[in-house]
Design a protein around this ligand. Structure first.
Ligand SMILES: Cc1cc2nc3c(=O)[nH]c(=O)nc-3n(C[C@H](O)[C@H](O)[C@H](O)COP(=O)(O)OP(=O)(O)OC[C@H]3O[C@@H](n4cnc5c(N)ncnc54)[C@H](O)[C@@H]3O)c2cc1C
Ligand SMILES: *[C@@H]1O[C@H](CO)[C@@H](O)[C@H](O)[C@H]1NC(C)=O
Ligand SMILES: *[C@@H]1O[C@H](CO)[C@@H](O)[C@H](O)[C@H]1NC(C)=O
Ligand SMILES: *[C@@H]1O[C@H](CO)[C@@H](O)[C@H](O)[C@H]1NC(C)=O
Ligand SMILES: *[C@@H]1O[C@H](CO)[C@@H](O)[C@H](O)[C@H]1NC(C)=O
Ligand SMILES: *[C@@H]1O[C@H](CO)[C@@H](O)[C@H](O)[C@H]1NC(C)=O
Ligand SMILES: *[C@@H]1O[C@H](CO)[C@@H](O)[C@H](O)[C@H]1NC(C)=O
Ligand SMILES: *[C@@H]1O[C@H](CO)[C@@H](O)[C@H](O)[C@H]1NC(C)=O
Ligand SMILES: *[C@@H]1O[C@H](CO)[C@@H](O)[C@H](O)[C@H]1NC(C)=O
Length: 585
């Protein structure tokens, strides 16, 4: 349904540049003469050591008239339908059902009761008909060459978590990185041909590794890696190329700030090791310019940090009283949060809060080598504030300490599984809110009003909405030498405000259209307060109109030049990525 939807509320229409000799368009579809014959697919399969596969959508065994219908296989799919780890280990799915579907066709199941199918018959939706489960860079080179020879679009998929559906493209040949799952640890790291990039405690991750495995592997070496909250995210994929924030960001910067060296396959099929000395421009662009845009990354080498104990403070409460009182409670707790924010950031306290019209779920995290005292003193005023209230029914109010990040993970994952199921639909709208808004009572008021407006308005658009205020900002790593291409707005932001909606069944087209347009408008007051600011490319609204400025800021032109240099024929174009030329792509 979203393809239809875009055209109706789109603000900018980009002229699609006419295909030139160097840009074949990559638009060959099955059924056309250009599409490879079975014989040609078979030959190609040999060049990738038998790793070419036909896509079977995850839900296919559960569709009674699918040729893959199979009761036992269907039981296994149903049993793991919302499990993000089980899902990402399979090509034929996305985390969000929006991007498995195409128009009103798909092959998904209803997550709360997976025995129910969501479409009348099973079709590929946006999934590629063929994928290569790559094991070596040479498989990627071969896939690029084959796609070029047949004028087929390439898609690059890791976990399929993308909020814009950029890892699935209909009628494409997919490069699936899941099996590039190696780890390594270098106490003394020697960079490729680059003395200045040598260093200590550098971790190496294959492109298909996921955050949970990375935390556990590096913890065995007493090291922490700058990952995020949910363990199934592919941190060397879209996360590590488009920003990457989590519990260590406040102290150590974004994931892209910590990149030391990449191994990539460029559009010309060449395998390159890139760092600040070799293909330095490409390295800069892939440190923030986003996944799916410049090359296929195969290895990510990242700065690690000695492992620290993790301290957390969790506060959950229901707002009691009628909805007017609830609205007042929401304003007051948001104001208290905003008033503490500058101090928390200075103390490197990090975290995220889910605000709802009727309740709040607050979580602060501090990696620090003590018994938890620092977090307690940093949050003492807030603790007192929430504990003296009579307008909230407290559900949880808890300081907890963990010896390592791995220990913390065992708890946070139980929480994530409950609060962030995979296999549902989602819609986001987000904005980075700058530090200057946190400095006076008047600006704090205007910020709080703008956030509350979105929280309450969202609920009128769709049920099941929440607003996340993430305060994992990269305050200690200003990247003053501009060694990364991360959106400059990160460097002055204290809040990443994300309005979220999640639901289980395809919406009627008219509902989807109005909710999608409405979600974009939730941001209007936040945008007014942050002129020239931006939003996080990985967690934003896919209809964002001024996307070049919003996602890339003043880096856009340089990012585009590098795109044109390394990918002149636009093999890697994706939705609102650098060099994207319009919705026809
Ligand atoms: C449940 C959940 C929790 C999240 N939590 C956080 C969080 O705490 N912090 C945070 O910063 N973000 C978070 N995100 C957002 C996350 O950063 C993005 O969804 C990110 O794009 C995921 O990358 P991926 O490679 O796993 O996903 P995919 O959907 O597989 O890929 C995303 C994009 O990267 C491209 N790509 C993937 N691999 C490669 C590669 N090897 N080379 C080139 N391009 C590649 C794809 O083509 C696509 O464009 C979360 C997302 C979800 C769904
Ligand atoms: C590719 O070859 C492998 C190994 O022979 C085989 O299992 C697989 O089915 C083939 N893929 C396709 C699409 O035919
Ligand atoms: C879920 O997937 C795992 C493999 O990842 C499998 O062993 C298990 O049986 C599945 N669960 C169900 C209920 O089918
Ligand atoms: C499956 O059922 C749907 C709806 O009943 C029908 O349109 C479709 O043609 C069927 N597909 C097959 C392969 O039988
Ligand atoms: C790393 O280098 C230091 C000295 O520079 C040395 O003491 C140490 O043994 C080296 N570690 C490894 C694993 O080689
Ligand atoms: C409170 O509820 C009333 C009636 O149910 C409704 O008219 C009003 O808009 C609500 N106010 C808020 C702030 O949600
Ligand atoms: C809040 O309650 C605590 C006791 O839990 C008390 O010591 C403190 O003075 C109260 N603070 C305010 C602002 O009322
Ligand atoms: C908070 O609200 C939830 C959902 O309505 C309810 O299940 C829970 O019992 C409430 N908790 C308290 C302490 O009021
Ligand atoms: C505190 O957290 C622990 C888990 O860490 C949980 O078992 C306990 O119920 C929580 N207590 C309160 C009062 O929320």
């Amino acid at each position: 349904m979203f393809r239809v939807l875009f055209s109706s509320f789109f603000f900018f229409v980009f002229a699609l540049a006419a295909p030139t000799a160097t840009d074949p368009g990559y638009n060959c579809h099955p059924g056309q003469k250009c599409w490879p014959s079975l014989q040609e697919w078979r030959q190609f399969n040999q060049t990738v050591d038998g790793q070419l596969h036909r896509t079977i959508p995850l839900g296919a065994p559960c569709y009674s008239n699918s040729s893959y219908h199979d009761v036992a296989a269907c039981d296994a799919v149903e049993g793991n339908y919302s499990d993000s780890i089980a899902r990402e280990a399979y090509y034929g799915q996305t985390y969000w059902l929006n991007w498995e579907a195409c128009g009103t066709s798909g092959c998904s199941l209803y997550e709360p009761d997976p025995e129910e199918t969501l479409y009348s018959s099973c079709s590929l939706g946006r999934l590629a008909p063929y994928y290569v489960a790559v094991r070596t860079p040479s498989h990627i080179s071969a896939a690029l060459q084959f796609a070029q020879a047949h004028n087929i679009r390439i898609s690059v998929k890791n976990t399929g978590h993308d909020f814009f559906g950029r890892s699935t493209v209909p009628d494409s040949l997919a490069i699936w990185t899941h099996n590039l799952n190696s780890f390594d640890f270098y106490q003394n790291f020697t960079a490729f041909n680059c003395l200045s990039a040598n260093g200590q405690n550098v971790g190496e991750m294959g492109a298909g590794t996921i955050a949970g495995d990375a935390y556990r592997y590096f913890n065995l070496h007493d090291m922490d890696v700058t990952g995020g909250y949910e363990q199934s995210v592919g941190i060397a994929g879209g996360f590590g190329q488009g920003g990457g924030l989590g519990d260590f960001t406040t102290a150590h910067g974004l994931m892209v700030d910590n990149a030391v060296e990449f191994e990539v396959v460029t559009a010309d099929g060449q395998v390159r090791v890139i760092n600040e000395c070799n293909d330095a421009e490409l390295f800069w662009a892939m440190r923030g310019g986003g996944g799916g845009t410049y090359a296929v990354l195969t290895k990510f080498r990242v700065q690690l940090y000695p492992s620290l104990p993790i301290h957390t403070y969790n506060f959950k409460a229901n707002f009691t009283g009628d909805n007017t009182t609830q609205s007042q409670s929401l304003r007051e707790i948001l104001t208290a949060h905003a008033n503490n924010q500058i101090e928390w950031s200075a103390q490197l306290v990090t975290g995220s809060v889910d605000y709802y019209p009727e309740k709040v779920s607050f979580g602060a995290v501090l990696p620090y080598d003590d018994d938890g005292s620092k977090l307690k003193s940093a949050t003492a005023a807030f603790f007192q504030f929430v504990n003296n209230r009579t307008d909230m029914a407290v559900v949880e109010n808890n300081y907890t300490s963990f010896a390592t990040y791995t220990d913390y993970l065992s708890l946070s994952q139980v929480d994530a599984r409950a609060t962030e199921p995979a296999g549902i639909f989602s819609l986001l709208a987000s904005r980075l809110m700058p530090r200057n808004l946190f400095t006076t009572p008047e600006t704090v008021d205007s910020l709080v009003e703008a956030v509350v407006y979105g929280i309450e308005k969202a609920r009128t658009l769709l049920p099941g909405t929440a607003t996340q205020v993430v305060f994992e900002m990269p305050v200690s790593n200003p990247d003053s030498n501009q060694m990364t291409s991360a959106l400059p707005a990160w460097r002055s932001a204290l809040w990443h405000v994300i309005h979220v909606a999640e639901w289980g069944k395809p919406l009627a087209p008219a509902t989807a259209e109005s909710a999608t347009a409405g979600f974009l408008q939730l941001l209007d007051p936040l945008k007014k307060l942050s002129p020239g600011g931006g939003a996080y490319f990985n967690e934003a609204h896919y209809g964002e109109p001024d996307w070049q400025e919003t996602f890339f800021g003043t880096n856009y032109n340089r990012l585009l030049e590098i795109k044109n240099q390394y990918d002149p024929t636009h093999m890697f174009d994706c939705w609102k990525c650098v060099g994207w030329r319009g919705e026809q792509e």
